[in-house]
Design a protein around this ligand. Structure first.
Ligand code: FES
Length: 158
């Protein structure tokens, strides 16, 4: 199967590394979008690392996901400085607009909504991140306008 061939190629790239699992999972996730059971089984078969150990690593680190995510990841900060500056109202508007709760992906697969801890930008709280872009001084209306822009253009926000 094509999936297994891709996994084997990724694993081969790390054959000289003593503990390659994190690197392998990072590349495999980049290739497939998430770490499905099939793909993790392929990693186990190719590396001879027990599936339980691989699954443990894949579910321990927050940078890995075993579920498919949207094309854009919306991360809303919910630490105290953002909270006192209105992050809850911003988050509620985003949830209402996208029709999802935190941890969920929109049915169209465009957005996944998540929490993040402090992004170090408390001076411009409340803050959210979409993919690698950070947006501060948010209001519910501003957050919605940004999301609409992503939805309409289908690309990263400039
Ligand atoms: S608390 Fe939200 S960026 Fe620091």
């Amino acid at each position: 199967m094509a999936e297994l061939a891709k996994v084997e190629k990724i694993v081969a790239a790390y054959k000289d590394i003593k503990t390659p699992l994190i690197y392998i999972l990072k590349d495999v996730q980049k290739e497939f979008g998430h770490l499905s059971e099939d793909v993790l089984t392929g990693v186990a078969r190719t590396t001879n690392i027990p599936l339980a150990e691989i699954y443990g690593v894949a579910t321990f680190y927050s940078l890995f996901t075993t579920k498919p995510k949207g094309r854009h990841i919306v991360r809303c900060c919910n630490n105290a400085p953002c909270h006192v500056n209105g992050s809850k109202q911003v988050l509620n508007k985003i949830k209402e607009y996208l029709g999802v709760e935190t941890g969920e992906t929109t049915p169209c697969g465009t957005f996944t909504l998540e929490f993040t801890s402090c992004l170090g930008l408390c001076a411009v709280a409340p803050v959210m991140m979409i993919d690698d872009e950070v947006y501060g001084n948010l209001t519910p209306e501003k957050a919605m306008a940004i999301l609409k822009d992503y939805k309409m253009k289908g690309r990263s926000h400039a």
